[in-house]
Write a protein that binds this ligand. Sequence first.
Ligand code: CUA
Length: 167
Amino acid sequence: MTVQTSTPGGLHINPYEKRWIKLSIILLLFFALAVGVSAFAFGYQVPIPEQRVNPMKITASGPFAHPGLRELAPGKYEAYILAHIWAFTPNEMHVPVGSRVTFYVTSRDVQHGFLLQGTNVNAQVIPGYVSTLSYHFTKPGTYTFVCNEYCGLGHQSMYGRIIVEPR
Ligand code: CUA
């Protein structure tokens, strides 16, 4: 008895191997479907770098020379946050409840992370790039943000908070 099957090209594939090939193709199709559903049905997006900056010069001029919260219109803010070893500048911001805040985060030294706990705001912070995410604060409270990429000895002390005040 033979365990070999023959294809029209004369290539012999073991039936077990054939089963695994089929399974791998099914898995790839399943993963492609999962990515498609999360991207188009749930709106998950890969964070893209908003703009490129020179990490050597960002503290000399531009919005990261004076990072902080700016009010664009009532209830609409932008927050420029500079990550560095081992802190965020600024590390405390106050906004009224109902505000939408767009975060612009970059690093002047090594790779950091920016995770706003309890929300879906989570980005890598890479020197040379500005990561941008926005969030609508519908509930008052204290929202802690942390560095979630290991960046050296003081990594665990990199955090800050956003205080969402009731109206
Ligand atoms: Cu910055 Cu970890």
